[in-house]
Design a protein around this ligand. Structure first.
Ligand code: SF4
Length: 287
């Protein structure tokens, strides 16, 4: 099999597929109107726009109506896994006695699928065979867990599993960035932080060399990143809401997600890595 094709296919199950889901994110999650959702809603309560067939009545107009939160959310394919595999097609509406547990399982599954997304990215970029084998083993272990019963998923020590994943992701990031930088330093020296996370809110970073930079968990909200080269910059958990990435190169950025890209402002000249799809909102400027 062509290697690039393999890489793309390995992400297929981690992509959102609302048609095979029972609208879990529109019910299980708590959300607030101030975060770009339709209204303040408690967890477990269906959104008013969720239809009986589990589709959204305003799906085509979400951006126009200012409901950005709905368009940036990504379950990493956890919704369809819980609907079709864990609960074999049984839905929460016809089986209300299962609903609470189903929603809790969905929240656990989303975390596991998010870990798989990052681990699969790590597997592609890592060149150290020893770390690569450990990543492979953890992918297999995590995939096995996602196919287990609701009771097993509920009893899982997710924090400890996440710690193991994070350690490998960090090792991969450091290994790759050290290799790429090859002793050279970036001229990125920002020290300002919020709760231990780098504060780049609204910052003009256009002229900063960000190649290979450690931007893990940083606040890049509304930052100006136009035309920047973010190759091998670690963006895991970075908040890119309204960050201007028009003309930026993220093709080889580390640990980027569809949700981050959906929340940023890009255009046709923004370079994106393979599993990421260019958001439709970039075409018609409905950021
Ligand atoms: S507005 Fe639509 S996509 Fe957003 S939570 Fe409600 S049903 Fe889901």
């Amino acid at each position: 099999m062509n290697e690039n094709k393999f890489k793309e296919e390995s992400f297929e199950d981690l992509k959102i597929n609302c048609k095979k889901c029972f609208g879990f994110c529109c019910v299980a999650l708590y959300f607030s109107a101030s975060d770009g959702f339709p209204n303040n809603k408690s967890a477990g309560k269906p959104c008013l726009n969720l239809q009986s067939n589990f589709s959204c009545s305003i799906h085509k107009d979400l951006r126009k109506k200012g409901l950005k939160g709905c368009t940036t959310y990504d379950c990493f394919g956890a919704g369809q896994k819980v609907a079709q595999i864990t609960y074999a097609g049984y839905n929460w509406k016809e089986n209300p006695e299962l609903s609470d547990k189903m929603f809790d399982v969905f929240l656990i599954m989303r975390q596991l699928h998010e870990m798989l997304w990052y681990l699969k990215q790590a597997l592609i970029i890592q060149t150290n065979e020893n770390i690569k084998n450990r990543i492979n083993n953890l992918i297999t272990e995590t995939e096995d867990i996602t196919r287990s019963t609701p009771d097993y998923l509920m009893s899982l020590d997710i924090e400890s599993h996440r710690d193991g994943v994070n350690a490998l992701l960090r090792q991969t990031s450091e290994f790759i960035r050290t290799k790429i930088l090859d002793g050279k330093k970036t001229n990125f020296k920002r020290k300002k932080t919020i709760a231990g996370r780098l504060d780049c809110i609204g910052a003009d970073l256009k002229k900063i060399n960000l190649k290979g930079a450690d931007l893990r968990g940083s606040f890049l909200i509304a930052a100006d990143l136009r035309g920047t080269d973010l190759s091998y910059a670690d963006l895991i958990g970075a908040d890119l809401r309204d960050a201007d990435i028009r003309g930026a190169n993220l093709k080889d950025s580390l640990f980027i997600t569809q949700s981050q890209i959906n929340s940023a402002k890009g255009d046709h000249s923004t370079r994106l890595p393979k599993p990421i799809v260019r958001p439709a909102s970039w075409e018609d400027n409905t950021y």
